[in-house]
Write a protein that binds this ligand. Sequence first.
Ligand SMILES: Nc1ncnc2c1ncn2[C@@H]1O[C@H](COP(=O)(O)OP(=O)(O)OP(=O)(O)O)[C@@H](O)[C@H]1O
Length: 298
Amino acid sequence: MSAVLRAQALGRKYKQRWALQNCDLDVPTGRVVGLVGPNGAGKSTLLNLASGMLTPTAGTIEVCGGGPSAGPAQLAKVGFVAQDTPTYAGLSVADHLGLGARLNPGWDDALARDRIRRLGLDPAQKAGKLSGGQRAQLALTLGIAKRPELLILDEPVAALDPLARREFMRDLMEAVADQQLSVVLSSHLVSDVERSCDYVIVLVDSRVQVAGDIDDLRATHHRLTGPRRDPATLPAGQYVISASHTDRQTTLLVRTDTPVHDPSWTVTPLSLEDIVLAYMTRPADAVRDSRPVLEVLR
Ligand SMILES: Nc1ncnc2c1ncn2[C@@H]1O[C@H](COP(=O)(O)OP(=O)(O)OP(=O)(O)O)[C@@H](O)[C@H]1O
């Protein structure tokens, strides 16, 4: 797999506390990747390290083949839409485009102006007077018009209403289709990830719990329901992600590459949300011990 982002034993400490520790991660090139995980998992820290906004305390990170802050040529390869889509409140929309043009060697001014016109934004309007949705769209415009190889977005739609969120995601998908970008997008909205991304990474406590093509994840994870049974008696190749029992019944969420033929199980498909939640709620020792063996790749 060619990786647009690769982290090895990556860590970042604030004073005595690790925000991200011992993180190993590969993000495939040319995909739209959803990064999901609970609050405090280290997603923003990871994305800030990838964009060069933070420097590592330990380990290494490589983005588009170089160190994230290796110089202007490297910075030009990565677009970053940070959490809360920050803009300069006192600068107008047109000022932002002017700044983008000055700072980015690959700046596509026609694309930027066309997007602003299509969005109905007034170029003279100060960014501080835009709505949250408009500000997010301005930040996305700046990220796209720099024509990066990798666009990183940290919870870009968190503050938007459902309609603005849908418009933002639709615009992002259009840009992806036009420019053949690699994208990494962190979000708590698994439904948005399911609709917009083709690959997902679940990060818990700095560790990748599962990473893979969304269609493959759906094809290889199942809910098994049947008479009460010890999960340890499952055949080799069926990995239990979560288990629950009543007096008489057992419900398992399993990953397996082969069909389940045991007639005592009722096998039902899972949504991406079911799969993500199962990995997010695994016991702490399972999270710590997880290895890349959980990676699902075709
Ligand atoms: N500037 C900071 N100073 C101190 N600790 C921080 C700082 N930024 C993040 N942390 C801590 O690092 C850990 C990881 O935070 P991070 O923001 O990367 O998680 P996250 O997965 O993005 O969370 P969320 O989904 O809530 O945005 C948390 O425990 C957080 O409190």
